[in-house]
Design a protein around this ligand. Structure first.
Ligand SMILES: [Zn+2]
Length: 303
């Protein structure tokens, strides 16, 4: 793991505005509690410091929870290396294949772009399913893992000069919660979607039962997550970007047994014993129903 030394850019509070509706009526809900400086280590996909975040504000206009003081955090991903993500490749492949099987019902062929493609797992699965798939990934290290597997993943962020033209499917899987300007991203995606194309957004649901029960200890409250959506804020962000929801689903996950063992002890705040060896060999489906999968399509004009 390398740490990018760049500090975080913060805005003075009088300039804060909601990333979704633009309202300046923001209320501080949770002060920042990360120690020291932010660096790319804190932005690892497999980071497990649950409840550690930048300052979280809530918009009185639309209810959106956001780390409103932060400006662009994309540079943290440039230096990101995440061996843990690669180690979980088998489980990720199962999860992403399930998502693609759902997408197939809405748009079963054509050009597909995965934004935040990491090491190209979704791109690989989509190509096996017959899509003409490519990806874009800001982490040089993860993008190189994709290239080693001969998967077409461009290094950088979207829009990317290497990914031109229109797409039939664009996937944004566990990405939008990492972005400080979600409307800019959605509007750029809208411009790149074919008229009959679909955008697939997967993101944690801050109004789900686990989020409500666990409060600030919920596993999705972490430094790398800077925007916390629910169904209503996804719908509002979509509408303001010229997109319309077609359907919502609750996607599940797959985990190795030893991963679940470690995370369960972490959740109760204890250092547990080592996982029994047998757990390394089992993969378990798990759906805490705290993620949302939104299928969106182009509609109307951008607000
Ligand atoms: Zn708002």
């Amino acid at each position: 793991m390398t740490g990018g030394g760049a500090g975080v850019d913060a805005l003075p509070s009088e300039e804060l505005a909601c990333w979704i509706c633009g309202s300046r009526r923001l209320v501080l809900r949770k002060p920042a509690n990360y120690g020291g400086r932010l660096d790319s280590h804190a932005f690892a996909i497999t980071d497990s410091n649950y409840g550690v975040t930048a300052a979280v504000y809530q918009c009185r206009g639309c209810g959106f929870l956001q780390c409103a003081e932060l400006e662009d955090v994309t540079h943290f991903y440039e230096d990101l290396e995440d061996e843990g993500y690669e180690a979980g490749r088998t489980e990720r492949r199962l999860q992403l294949r399930k998502i693609l099987q759902r997408v197939q019902r809405y748009r079963g062929h054509g050009r597909l772009l995965d934004i935040g493609a990491a090491s190209g797992i979704l791109v690989g699965e989509a190509r096996q399913m017959g899509y003409e798939a490519e990806g874009v990934e800001p982490s040089r290290w993860l993008q190189q893992r994709a290239v080693e597997r001969r998967l077409p993943v461009h290094h950088g962020t979207f829009p990317h000069p290497g990914s031109g033209g229109v797409y039939d499917v664009i996937t944004l899987i566990d990405v939008i919660e990492h972005v400080t300007a979600p409307l800019s991203l959605l509007r750029a995606i809208r411009r790149a979607l074919a008229p009959q194309g679909v955008l697939v957004v997967v993101t944690p649901d801050v109004r789900s039962v686990p989020a409500r029960v666990l409060g600030w200890r919920w596993w999705h409250f972490r430094v790398a997550h800077v925007g916390y959506f629910d169904r209503s804020t996804i719908e509002l962000a979509a509408r303001r970007s010229g997109l319309a929801p077609v359907a919502f689903h609750r996607p599940g996950w797959f985990f190795s047994g030893d991963y679940l063992w470690d995370r369960a002890w972490k959740l109760v705040g204890m250092a547990g014993p080592r996982a029994p060896a047998v757990l390394k060999r089992v993969t378990l489906p798990l759906n805490p129903r705290d993620s949302l999968l939104a299928i969106l399509k182009p509609a109307g004009q951008m607000e």
